[in-house]
Design a protein around this ligand. Structure first.
Ligand code: SAM
Ligand code: GLN
Length: 285
């Protein structure tokens, strides 16, 4: 069967299963890049025989709601290839934006010398790796409560040549224990309220420890706001990802726990409130 025929067949199946039909081409592009052949050049030819079983088995899993990143065993983030499995959250495009905004604020506030950073709840390691690779002055510590996640993050750092110190533990605890003082704290904590209904592809395949943040989804922000002065330098900033519907609750929380500290909430490319920056003697962009 020709590649184009395969694509049409599986696109139709995706539609029946409520899965975006573009997934078929994305999957094939990844498989063909690995084989180093040009998908578009061979689009009207028969699919190579050795690829058929893998393609069909992979599509079968995707049609069963399994994320494509799990089928491939990796995901792309900020141009870096990040290994993923069921122990880590698949890094999301919104989080790439968090990295971009953080890098711009590092440039502005810490234009010279070492920048001491931590990524709390590093999961796959995506944020920590990106900041390290994009800004060589960054000295990065990445933490997670999940030892299984840290195994994946270490692997990702090694594959991407990022020099990161990994610590296991609960939120700020490892930093406090090591006496680390930060210029920049980045954190994409679990922020989904415990009782929120979610898509099967997320809730059945991604780790719940990476998703749920207490009854209002704000449990981890509360903890970090309360403890942050123990791990930040006098001049520092914090960058968080947050839920699109948390603007008001988040503003109340910052103003209650860190009164008078300047902050801003930024929207992602879909126009949704998505990032919180808190500035201690730092400039907004
Ligand atoms: N940083 C990754 C990213 O942006 O793609 C993963 C973010 S995921 C939403 C949250 C991460 O926080 C998970 O890796 C989870 O294991 C970790 N986590 C959950 N509870 C934690 C805790 N009490 N202390 C440290 N990390 C925790
Ligand atoms: N954005 C993720 C999702 O909707 C959740 C990430 C998080 O809780 N930090 O699945």
């Amino acid at each position: 069967m020709k590649i184009s025929e395969y694509v049409r067949k599986f696109e139709a199946l995706c539609e029946e299963h409520d899965i975006p039909p573009e997934t078929v081409m994305s999957f094939l592009v990844e498989l063909s890049q690995r084989e180093r052949w040009n998908l578009y050049l061979h689009y009207e030819e028969d699919m190579p025989e050795d690829l058929v079983p893998e393609f069909e088995a992979g599509m079968e899993r995707i049609l069963n709601d399994e994320p494509m990143a799990h089928v491939l065993g990796y995901s792309w983030f900020y141009g870096y290839r990040i290994p993923v499995n069921e122990d880590v959250l698949i890094p999301r495009p919104e989080t790439e934006e968090l990295c971009a905004y953080t890098l711009a604020r590092i440039d502005r506030n810490f234009p010279e010398g070492e920048v001491v950073c931590a990524d709390i709840g590093t999961g796959s390691g995506a944020i920590a790796i990106t900041l390290c690779k994009e800004e060589p002055r960054v000295s990065m510590t990445a933490t997670d409560i999940s030892e299984e996640a840290l195994v994946m993050a270490r692997k990702a750092a090694e594959l991407n040549g990022a020099n990161i110190r990994f610590l296991a533990g609960d939120m700020l605890q490892p930093l406090i224990e090591q006496g680390i003082r930060l210029d920049v704290l980045v954190c994409n904590p679990p922020y989904i309220p415990d009782d929120e209904a979610m898509e099967r592809s997320v809730v059945d395949f991604e780790p719940h420890v990476a998703l749920f943040g207490g009854s209002d989804g704000l449990k981890f922000y509360r903890e970090v706001f309360r403890g942050c002065r123990q791990v930040l330098k006098e001049k520092a900033f914090m960058a968080f990802e947050m839920g699109w519907n948390q603007r008001e609750a988040m503003s109340r929380l910052v103003e209650e726990i860190l009164p008078g500290v300047p902050y801003e909430i930024l929207k992602d490319m879909n126009g949704k409130d998505r990032m919180l920056f808190v500035y201690f003697n730092c400039d907004k962009q």
